[in-house]
Design a protein around this ligand. Sequence first.
Ligand SMILES: [Zn+2]
Length: 341
Amino acid sequence: MEHYHDRRLVEQTWGSSNAYTGSNYTDYPYFPTLAKQLLPNLRCVQVVEWAPMSDNVYNDGWDLKLKTPDGDGAATAAVASSQLADTSLDCMFVYFDAVDLAGHSSGFSPQNPSYMQALENVDVHVGTVLNALYARPNYANENWLILVITDHGGIGTGHGGITYEERHIWWIGSGSAVAKQQITGPDPGTYNLLGTGIFNQSGVDQAKLKQSPVQADIAVTALHHLIYETGINPETYPFWVGLDGKSWLSQFSGVDKDMERNNIKVFPNPTTGIVTAWFENPTNDHVTATMLDVSGKVVAQHNECSSTNKITLDVSGQPKGMYVLQIKIGEQLLTRKVELK
Ligand SMILES: [Zn+2]
């Protein structure tokens, strides 16, 4: 199992601790880092009350990481709201700590008034953040996806065990592209681990895991939404094979899950330098071919103004390795992995 997702969430889910020991954000970066490999100009901001989420993490792709004081969430909502006024903002992550703190101090229980009050406070402050989002000057022309999740429940004054109360979570997707529905997949049983350690999944039904929204799906769904204009599906993008989690965007919106069409042929592949792509171009659209290296840097590009169904790029002289060829035909983007030998 490969994790690129927020390690704190993973470790809490798997009954470990808040230690970031052994995290490998170089190989498993946060989703903003991955999104920027395709769209480098995205602006992504994180606003959190819990410092380790900022301080112990690297290669996370945030342009700005803001630590807000613990409290009922009002200060965090105010900071998040001011960031949302920035018209260049594309992505924001906000973390409220108050519900967790209340649970630890007096009990994770609907019978605990302090816990319920903390939850209602955060609910109000989430509303404040949403109102700031709706107030963006160009909101009507933007396409925001709002994802809300908890990383765990609790029992008594703790969490970290394997009970249903600790591990069963809710998650919410909302936005203009989201059809109103309840996703009622089978329980994959992640809360009932038989094995130990974060890489032992013997208690999880892998088939059911794909049928229910689970925690790691949040990051992949957010990533898919951020890069939607590229037409790339994060689950099938060659450089991201093995993402921990799936995208629920297609289930939300009913659009075709795999926007990549199969009407493209790339020869030779592997190549020693010259690559030619053949494709369908029935409406004689303008075509652009771009070769990206593994970091998303453009290493070769070619524009074809006249109508064509064939385009050639020369990448000889580039370091050997894997590249991604993007062919843009009108508004359609096709991608293929290319190996340079
Ligand atoms: Zn906690």
